[in-house]
Design a protein around this ligand. Structure first.
Ligand code: SF4
Length: 327
């Protein structure tokens, strides 16, 4: 792997304003992403996990500037994405694509598969002559396991897994370097999830792709990720090489998430850690460590006062944000 990251995210913050009153003034804000930093090397897959509302999808969308970040910097191949104007951003969009969770909602039901995939080719002027245009779309369909027979069909004629393949073909059309997979397999049955994950892995080796793979389920990201970042209430609480995180979790939240992952071996028993209460309201996140209201080892006067920062927790860049771990 090269030492210059393909993607570098520095202290990314996204607060959504809440308007109220007769004048529609900002009365509060949702702390969706609260200072997220990480790097991603070319060809690597970083899994990002956490409960619904932890800010993982907002992080992915801020990176692509589908949502404007409140502050922070995103670097792609050394270029400051957050400072780019519209024209520069449009050309950068070729390099950074996204695959959404709901393949049906993200595909226009009135467009044929040819038109859906061809749209990006036309926008970026990638295949000027009509024969090359259709040949390229057929090639993309075959790359994702579909065929030329599917060209003139509409999204409703496909299964969920096939629709996700169309979404992947659309993302691939512009030869991207980075793909944000935003809960890309979460809506699919387990067996179809495995097929789509295998496809994504094959495409990664074939085209040298880099993935930011967002999911709420740790068991989904284990297979595909080189490293995994765990998010809680807008912050990364732990990040480590995949194997390290699954075998030596350091943060109490990661331990709780992992304890809920089924083990395929009936001989191995794991004690389920049940978290107390719900995820706090992101409009008023708890002071200090955001997790202290649910943490079984929280220390009063420390965890509810001081915010822990990510610090080394082992070899190979294992980092954890906890006052007591590693301890
Ligand atoms: Fe628990 Fe305190 Fe660590 Fe937060 S900092 S995870 S509350 S022990």
């Amino acid at each position: 792997m090269s030492s210059t990251p393909l993607l570098k995210v520095e202290n990314l913050v996204k607060h959504f304003p809440i308007k109220g009153g007769i004048l529609g003034r900002t009365v509060d804000k949702v702390h969706a992403v609260d200072g997220v930093s990480f790097e991603l090397q070319a060809g690597e897959t970083l899994g990002v996990v956490g409960e619904s509302g932890c800010g993982k999808s907002t992080t992915g969308r801020c990176i692509l500037r589908l949502i404007e970040p409140t502050s922070g910097t995103v670097w792609f191949e050394g270029k400051n994405v957050t400072a780019m104007g519209t024209t520069e951003l449009r050309s950068m969009a070729r390099d950074m694509q996204i695959i959404f969770q709901d393949p049906y909602a993200s595909l226009n039901p009135r467009m044929t598969v040819q038109a859906i995939i061809g749209e990006a080719l036309t926008i970026h002027k990638l295949t000027p002559d009509p024969a090359a245009y259709e040949a390229r779309i057929v090639e993309l369909l075959q790359t994702v396991g579909l065929s030329a027979d599917h060209l003139r069909r509409y999204p409703h004629e496909f299964s969920g897994g096939q629709r996700q393949r169309i979404g992947i073909a659309r993302a691939l059309a512009v030869n991207p370097k980075l793909i944000v997979c935003d809960e890309a397999v979460s809506a699919l049955d387990v067996s179809i999830q495995a097929q789509v994950i295998n496809l994504l892995e094959d495409l990664q080796s074939q085209f040298g792709l880099t993935y930011l793979f967002i999911a709420h389920d740790l068991s989904v990201v284990e297979h595909i990720s080189d490293r995994v970042a765990v998010m809680y209430l807008g912050r990364i609480v732990e990040i480590a090489a995949s194997k390290d995180l699954y075998t030596r979790p350091q943060h109490p939240y990661t331990e709780a998430l992992l304890s809920a992952v089924p083990i395929p071996d009936p001989q191995v028993k794991r004690t389920r850690i049940r978290l107390q209460g719900d995820v706090p309201n992101p409009i008023k996140p708890p002071p200090g460590c955001h997790f202290h209201t649910r943490c079984s080892i929280a220390q009063k006067g420390l965890c509810d006062v001081q915010s822990p920062v990510l610090k080394p927790a082992g070899a190979d860049g294992h980092m954890v944000a906890c006052h007591l771990r590693p301890g």
